[in-house]
Write a protein that binds this ligand. Structure first.
Ligand SMILES: NC(=O)c1ccc[n+]([C@@H]2O[C@H](COP(=O)([O-])OP(=O)(O)OC[C@H]3O[C@@H](n4cnc5c(N)ncnc54)[C@H](OP(=O)(O)O)[C@@H]3O)[C@@H](O)[C@H]2O)c1
Length: 171
């Protein structure tokens, strides 16, 4: 529940390293194929809300999902995607999806964090330099309810964990 739309569970899904970096120069930094598969598994069949910059960092709209792009540009158009100019309009576009996903990037995670119910965070246990950041997850507001640690599935030299957080007043 949240005050924007009480019937939906709004889920932020992100991969961030220890210093909260998400990306650099409008690109992702690391490649974890298992994490991408998990992202696909969790989000397929749902609405996904993203910032205009994240949309433009991808080759095309993600298939099997309703792509919703947030921009302040009233003339913005994109193939196979819906466009919204406010949080409220973006959520209206999710229709009857009970659990839409917010897929980034930094600006859009910060915008939705106060209204989110859950966070599916892949925490990459390393520091990278970047220019887009996941917002602080305050332990007074969020409770960690599940942790799953993994070793990277290729030659990269880091581990990562799937962390599930629930907003404390929603538990
Ligand atoms: N690691 C991950 O999980 C992950 C996930 C997604 C993205 N990323 C990375 O994050 C980076 C992009 O993040 P970012 O923070 O630079 O950009 P972003 O959040 O993807 O998009 C920012 C854009 O969203 C629009 N916007 C922001 N606030 C708005 C509001 N209140 N109302 C309407 N529109 C609004 C604006 O578009 P206009 O300028 O068109 O008005 C703004 O420029 C990239 O490096 C990407 O690879 C990482």
């Amino acid at each position: 529940m949240n005050h924007l739309n009480s019937s939906k569970e709004i889920i932020l899904i992100a991969a961030a390293c220890e210093n909260n970096v998400l990306g650099k120069d409008n690109q992702l930094i690391w490649h974890i194929s298992e994490d991408l598969k998990r992202f696909k598994r969790l989000t397929e069949g749902h609405s996904i809300i993203m910032g205009r910059k994240t949309f433009e960092s991808m080759p095309r709209a993600l298939p099997k999902r309703k792509n919703i792009i947030l921009t302040r540009n009233e003339n913005y158009e994109a193939e196979n995607a819906f466009v919204a100019h406010t949080i409220e309009k973006a959520l209206v576009l999710t229709g009857d999806d009970p659990s839409p996903f917010i897929i980034g990037g930094g600006e859009i995670y910060s915008l939705f964090l106060p209204f989110a119910d859950s966070i599916e965070l892949t925490r990459v246990h390393k520091n990278f330099e970047g220019d887009a950041f996941f917002p602080e997850i305050k332990n007074t507001e969020w409770r960690l309810v599940a942790t799953e640690k993994h070793h990277s599935d290729n030659d990269q030299t880091f581990t990562y964990s799937y962390l599930t957080y629930k907003k404390i007043n929603k538990i």
